[in-house]
Design a protein around this ligand. Sequence first.
Ligand code: FMN
Length: 232
Amino acid sequence: MRKKIIAMIITGILAVSVTACQSDGEQSSSQSQNSGQTESSANVEIPEDANILVAYFTYGENAKLPDGVDASSSASIQAWDGDTTGNTGLAAHWISDAAGGDLFSIQTEEKYPGDYDDTVDQGQEEQSENARPKLSSHVDHMDQYDVVFLGYPNWWGDMPMAVYSFLDEYDLSGKTVIPFVTSGGSGFSDTVSAIKEEEPDADVQEGLELSDSETADSEDEVKSWVESLGVN
Ligand SMILES: Cc1cc2nc3c(=O)[nH]c(=O)nc-3n(C[C@H](O)[C@H](O)[C@H](O)COP(=O)(O)O)c2cc1C
């Protein structure tokens, strides 16, 4: 497993290096390799009357987990209000609390294996096939939202393919999209550019990067970040 984690992080770093070589513009600090610290460079003021959606994908809400699984059983399983979520799910709940937005969990029809190693392999396969897993959850009236916080874990230097399914399903033109990511160290990799490509008419900002080992202790930091965007 340790070898796999190192391989995943290297994949994330390589994805960023390739982008850096291709880019003739400036590269923001949060697109460089994340050292494991929380980072953000969103440059946006959210109007007070904005309608906000906090959409996120997290392993803990997408896996066939055995009954009674708890936060100690995997680094990616967290508890929220008696339910199981993951690192990104925790951050999403705090963002929604602080921003007053609606929460939306991106969920796939086919659940991921309860075994985390198997999920790591499946995530890589789906990426190599450019898969679009079918979603079982859908947003009612996406048109009512002005701002979409979009959270996901870094999977092999990219977003889980289910997040591409989500972006395929909705037209986010004219909305402000604020990505947030949790990872073992790769941070966003090149995912902010990928979202810009998928949603060319949205205002896609650089959002917040959290390291998986620190996410559970980041509530104050996440909420202060949301307040710094002008919403509270
Ligand atoms: C399929 C898969 C691939 C991953 N690839 C990477 C990676 O390339 N770089 C990295 O830093 N972390 C990687 N991770 C670790 C997760 O990004 C990290 O643990 C994240 O916080 C999990 O979030 P979640 O609990 O919301 O699912 C990977 C995890 C999985 C399951």
